[in-house]
Design a protein around this ligand. Structure first.
Ligand SMILES: [Zn+2]
Length: 290
């Protein structure tokens, strides 16, 4: 008998509480959509979702206008798109708790940085102004109790492409885990930002970022089969304000590179308290173990 070639199986996520921390209203769908759909919405778990930079004036027409009308319209539209996507992923509103955090996205903060593959402005600690520093510190305080929680898995993004908002959230969670040390009980997973990770123009940066973070945090990659078309449909059919064809190219491309898969990275808990600072950190507020 010929043995069938099988994919690696889905990651074994045994914690009861699953906490998805999203920079923007589309990031969890783009990054973890395949995982959630493959697990049929994680019905046996308690799902918590938070979006941090949900207040925005950005849509795919890229008009950077800051009228009340545009900001309210865009923010509530993205809010609706966000919940519609979560409904599809988790099987309805009754299956998750939703938190809208108060932070402004990079455009509303008048943040300028080199453009990333997703179009947003890039950056790291070296480009922080007082408002990014304050936002970072506020988020460290907000996420600390979550990182301290037992029987909890937290899902964040690697910040591949270094969109400044993605970077702030990633480093805030890393800092919270480092500062808690032995009191950090939650298992943290990091996912691949899309479309950044799948963008061919971005391949060099992607490979370098994954390599650098893998070394810094001691990450263990977990790859599993997904139905990429389901994830593409989720984005294409729901995110009217944020959809553009290049996102789909990136999504499909990464799945192809992973042989029909999606990949997340487990950060072993014993490494939290040994975490070195991000290389861009030159000040005491972002200093970690080394
Ligand atoms: Zn984002």
């Amino acid at each position: 008998m010929i043995k069938k070639v099988t994919h690696a199986s889905l990651p074994n996520i045994k914690e009861k509480n699953l906490v998805f921390l999203s920079p923007h209203p589309d990031d969890i769908a783009l990054t973890f959509g395949g995982l959630v759909l493959a697990n049929k919405g994680f019905k046996k778990h308690l799902i918590h979702y938070s979006v941090f930079f949900g207040t925005s004036n950005w849509t795919d027409n890229e008009l950077n206008i800051k009228t009340d009308h545009r900001i309210e319209y865009v923010t509530v539209t993205r809010f609706a798109e966000n919940r519609l996507a979560l409904n599809r992923m988790f099987g309805g509103w009754q299956n998750y708790h939703f938190t809208f955090q108060p932070f402004w996205d990079s455009l509303l903060r008048d943040y300028a940085g080199p453009p990333t593959a997703g179009g947003g402005p890039g950056g790291d600690f070296s480009t922080f102004r007082p408002i990014e520093k304050k936002t970072f510190q506020d988020i460290v305080a907000l996420v600390k109790p979550i990182v301290a929680q037992k029987d909890t898995a937290i899902f964040i993004l690697l910040a591949i492409g270094s969109h400044i908002d993605h970077f702030i959230l990633r480093e805030a969670v890393i800092t919270a885990a480092y500062e808690l040390g032995d009191q950090a009980h939650a298992q943290i997973y990091l996912g691949e930002d899309q479309p950044y990770t799948g963008s061919l123009a971005n391949t060099k940066v992607t490979v370098a970022t994954i390599k650098q973070l893998t070394k810094r945090l001691g990450l263990q990659p977990l790859t599993y089969p997904i139905k990429i078309q389901e994830k593409v449909d989720l984005f294409q059919e729901i995110y009217f304000s944020q959809y553009s064809p290049d996102y789909i190219v990136g999504l499909k491309n990464r799945a192809k590179q992973l042989n029909g898969g999606e990949r997340i990275y487990l950060w072993p808990k014993e490494n939290y308290k040994k975490t070195p600072s991000d290389p861009s950190c030159k000040q005491s507020y972002c200093k970690l173990a080394t």
